[in-house]
Design a protein around this ligand. Structure first.
Ligand SMILES: [Zn+2]
Length: 165
């Protein structure tokens, strides 16, 4: 590849990244709170994942071992996002699901590791939950690799927490 073509290629790539970031920034979510408001409601670790696109250390979430039936809600806004029936042991050290609840998550492309990955986030508050990959089990073949700290588990039979407003 000629140097000039390489430069043109890189310029196009940078423009693509910029347009994705702009699109993300422009997305409006139903629930909008300031940084100070969220920091009062969630732990520092949860804030770093949900609103600064952090990733918890693999194997650190107590939810990895959670096998009871129930519902997983967004730790920020309490929207139900996963049914425990769709959780499986992926061996990655992060709670993994092959499907989220209908309409619970939106996706965008991120370039944090240079190559593009599909990031997903709560459809209600925009909080980042994890990344989705195509190496999951049947029937969807998807692996929603979720940060445990972005979730709260509600065992079957217990009331779901009220949605935060
Ligand atoms: Zn949420």
């Amino acid at each position: 590849m000629h140097r000039r073509n390489l430069f043109r290629h890189l310029a196009g790539w940078m423009a693509a990244i910029t347009s994705v970031r702009t699109a993300q920034a422009a997305t409006a979510f139903p629930l909008k709170k300031t940084e100070a408001e969220w920091r009062k409601l969630v732990s520092p670790n949860a804030y770093a994942v949900l609103f600064e696109h952090g990733t918890e250390r693999a194997g650190t979430s107590p939810l990895n071992a959670e096998k009871r039936p129930g519902t997983y809600v967004c730790a920020a806004c309490h929207l139900p996002v996963f049914d425990a029936a769709h959780k499986y042991e992926s061996g990655t050290g992060w709670p993994s699901f092959w499907q989220h609840l209908p309409g619970a998550m939106g996706t965008s492309t991120d370039f944090k590791l240079i190559y593009p990955r599909t990031e997903y986030h709560c459809a209600r508050c925009g909080g980042h939950h994890g990344h989705v990959f195509d190496d999951g089990p049947k029937p969807t073949g998807k692996r929603y690799c979720n940060n445990g700290v972005a979730l709260a588990f509600v065992p079957q039979g217990q009331p779901l927490p009220a949605l935060r407003t």
